[in-house]
Design a protein around this ligand. Structure first.
Ligand code: NAD
Ligand code: TYD
Length: 337
């Protein structure tokens, strides 16, 4: 099978390429990535010389290029996106360009070049925010209610994918996954930032009261869910993918990281909250479990320890990225007054 992966130099995309080439060596992957601040070819060093892997440096908003690279593809797995909510608050325009118009370009090209199947990677954030102190979960019948420029742009892309299925007969699947963590995550998202700040002897910033809840999933479990959907799901299906059985707040996550790294809670610094900060995400992933037998395999404790080990062993990977991102940190973080 010839597969076009978009955004394959990012966190989940690169984990997916490594996962796929290991488990499906007979397939050929072309990785189309613009190498924004979040894209890093170092993630793919171990496969860069393989005959069944090709990198194309380019933007999914470049229509001519997208038309060219989608020729003769059997499958598109679409990860490329601007993915950080905080950046979408500071600079929303690029989110609309990449996540909406870029997805539109890919869909146009997929139809024109008769690509057999399009798998779209999306997020649980399209469903908005659940209240704390409930057991309510996002399900396949939850209405879309995005509340940040990031989630609104991803919601838009989901609608476009479905519209191309209905209108032009494009075969597609969508996965809406909860927050991922693991190796190669850009060190400005919660896990990478907390772990690397501790290594650097810096405080760990926690937004607001720290009680916000995310449904954390280890990245290789997400890759396995995508694989299950690509291999076995009926066409035009959407699946929700999530990780945890019970709520864990950001504060609990940070306390756990500090404990595993032998540090005290004095390292926590409460900072000004994110505007429009979604309170709680929780995903009902029973459908993908029932239909395809998928379930998370890595517990939070195991995944956290693996992630901590990885950042401890790979300082040369993250330190330059953090240094380059200093201006974002300066803009984004304000101490609580
Ligand atoms: P990331 O920010 O780490 O990586 C994004 C990649 O896309 C980078 O390699 C970047 O260079 C590339 N890219 C960005 N704009 C591009 C463009 N215009 N053209 C070509 N390439 C471009 O993101 P991630 O965390 O790996 O997320 C990947 C996908 O998964 C996104 O679609 C995101 O919405 C979705 N998702 C992420 C999470 C999460 O917790 N990180 C959870 C659910 C869904
Ligand atoms: P993040 O990793 O940015 O993912 P998302 O906003 O897409 O869910 O943030 C995860 C949670 O952690 C979110 O509730 C915001 C919070 N957070 C902090 O408290 N401090 C931080 O420095 C960061 C980056 C996030």
């Amino acid at each position: 099978m010839r597969i076009l992966v978009t955004g394959g130099a990012g966190f989940i995309g690169s984990n997916f390429i490594l996962y796929w080439l290991k488990n499906h060596p007979e397939d050929e992957i072309t990785n189309l990535d613009a190498l924004t601040y979040a894209g890093n070819l170092a993630n793919l060093k171990s496969v860069e010389n393989q005959d069944n892997y090709t990198f194309v440096h380019g933007n999914i908003c470049d229509r001519e290029l997208v038309e060219k690279v989608t020729q003769n593809m059997d499958l598109i797995v679409h990860f490329a996106a601007e993915s950080h909510v905080d950046r979408s608050i500071l600079n929303p325009e690029v989110f609309l360009q990449t996540n909406v118009l870029g997805t539109f370009n890919l869909l146009e090209a997929a139809v024109k070049n008769k690509v057999a199947h399009f798998h779209h990677i999306s997020t649980d954030e399209v469903f908005g925010s659940l209240p704390l102190e409930t057991t309510e979960k996002f399900t396949l019948s939850t209405k879309y209610d995005p509340r940040s420029p990031y989630s609104a742009s991803k919601a838009s892309s989901d609608h476009l994918v479905r519209a191309y299925g209905e209108t032009y007969g494009l075969s597609y699947t969508i996965t809406n996954c909860s927050n991922n963590y693991g190796p190669f995550q850009f060190p400005e998202k919660l896990f990478g930032l907390a772990i690397t700040n501790i290594i650097e002897d810096k405080k760990v910033p926690v937004y607001g009261d720290g009680l916000n809840v995310r449904d954390w999933l280890f990245v290789t479990d997400h890759c396995a869910a995508i694989e299950a959907v690509i291999k076995s799901a009926a066409h035009d299906k959407t699946y929700l993918v999530g990780g945890l059985k019970k709520d864990v707040s950001n504060l609990e996550i940070v306390r756990l990281i500090l404990k595993l790294m032998g540090k005290s809670e004095a390292e926590i610094e409460f900072v000004q909250d994110r505007p429009g900060h979604d309170r709680r995400y929780s995903v009902d992933w029973s459908q993908i479990n029932q239909d395809l037998g998928w379930q998370p395999t890595v517990t939070l404790e195991e995944g956290l320890q693996q992630t901590i080990n990885w950042y401890q062993e790979n300082r040369s990977w993250w330190q330059p990225l953090k240094d380059k991102t200093a201006s974002f940190f300066a803009q984004n973080y304000k101490k609580k007054v």
